[in-house]
Design a protein around this ligand. Sequence first.
Ligand code: SF4
Length: 233
Amino acid sequence: MALFKSHLNTKVMNQPLSEALNKLMSLYQSRKHPLDYHNLYQLVVMVVLSAQDSDKHINQLAPSFFETYPTFETLSLAQPEDLHSYLNSVRNFGNKCIWLTKIAAIEKALENLPLDLPSLVQLPGIGRKSANVILREAGRPAEGIIVDLHVLRVAPRIGIAEGSQPEKVEQQLMRLISKERWGEIGMAISFLGREVCRPTNPKCEVCVMNAVCCFYNGTHPDNRIFSDPSLFD
Ligand code: SF4
């Protein structure tokens, strides 16, 4: 049974696409996540805050938050309302304050934070994308592939996934890409989306994926991704 509809990149297991993915990964290999965190506690807090908000915004407000709440221990003593004055410019801050205080109450200390995907996604406010980010930044073996808004835009353009549901796109990528690449490929595609494959005016001429990209090579029939870029940024 064919895994994908015919417009998807059937060259995925072929040499050119494999080489292009290797090139992409080596370009961004081990590059730190754009969230400006200094330890895993800060990363967890910032990953929760950055959902549906921008990394830049979270980087701006994080220092004053961490001055008051530098550890899980200090955060575990807070009520959600105590965090509002620091975080009220964050999208969905009410729920995020509840989630952060709950996570802190559960973990109480950084050494209690579980570093495996099934346990991380049990924590409030942490889905698969966030858990995959935490595992990558912690240097743990990948158990999935990071699929953020950039990956949701870029992977269908390349032709290695389709649809707009992150978990479905992740499953497609996990079936197509060998496990040893899982830890880096999601962030590599995300960095490509941030720097090269922007919603409008993607820099295809300088893109390392252009030789195999379905969109660039005119084999992708879906131009909607350019007609409504606000959906993807
Ligand atoms: S070739 Fe163009 S459309 Fe394809 S991934 Fe690169 S920048 Fe995006």
